[in-house]
Design a protein around this ligand. Structure first.
Ligand code: ZN
Length: 151
């Protein structure tokens, strides 16, 4: 149990956030504050943070350098769910790879193990640096008129 005064202080300093307010209030000459009945300490709160790089088809292809992660082909690239979606596989960085159409069809709704196929690399969320490099290359053209071409 936390005292009402302590709870209000924790909330005021941003250490805790109010989950529920009680009907009780404390009054000062200038304010009326509802006394929190349930607070949560922020520092213990783990919020799922969105990955800074948007998860979409284009970025999956970029992460995988436009290479089929099963056979190394560069053409007819599709997105494959390593653990099939039809069986509950997630639609996210760690379960999605670039696959050519042939490999995707061959694999079907099986895992790589079941299909006897090997991934070149386990899929992971790309690092921010990797992404920023790509962005930089794109932006460079736009900047060049302001900063002049480097050499
Ligand atoms: Zn392939």
């Amino acid at each position: 149990m936390t005292s009402a005064k302590r709870a209000i202080t924790l909330v005021q300093y941003g250490v805790a956030e109010v989950l529920e307010e009680s009907r009780d209030v404390v009054r000062s000459p200038s304010t009326v504050l509802a006394i929190p009945s349930v607070i949560r300490l922020r520092r213990y709160v783990r919020r799922p943070r969105a990955h800074p790089i948007p998860f979409n088809r284009r970025n999956v292809l970029r992460r995988d350098a436009f290479v089929c992660q099963y056979c190394g082909a560069h053409d007819e690239l599709t997105i494959d769910h390593v653990y099939p979606r039809s069986r509950g596989g997630r639609h996210g960085w760690e379960n999605v790879v670039t696959a050519c159409r042939g490999c995707n069809q061959r694999k079907g709704s099986r895992t790589p193990d079941e299909a006897g196929m090997t991934l070149r690399l386990p899929p992971r969320a790309p690092s921010f640096g990797f992404y920023a490099y790509g962005q930089f290359a794109q932006m460079r053209e736009g900047w060049s008129k302001y900063i002049g071409e480097a050499r």
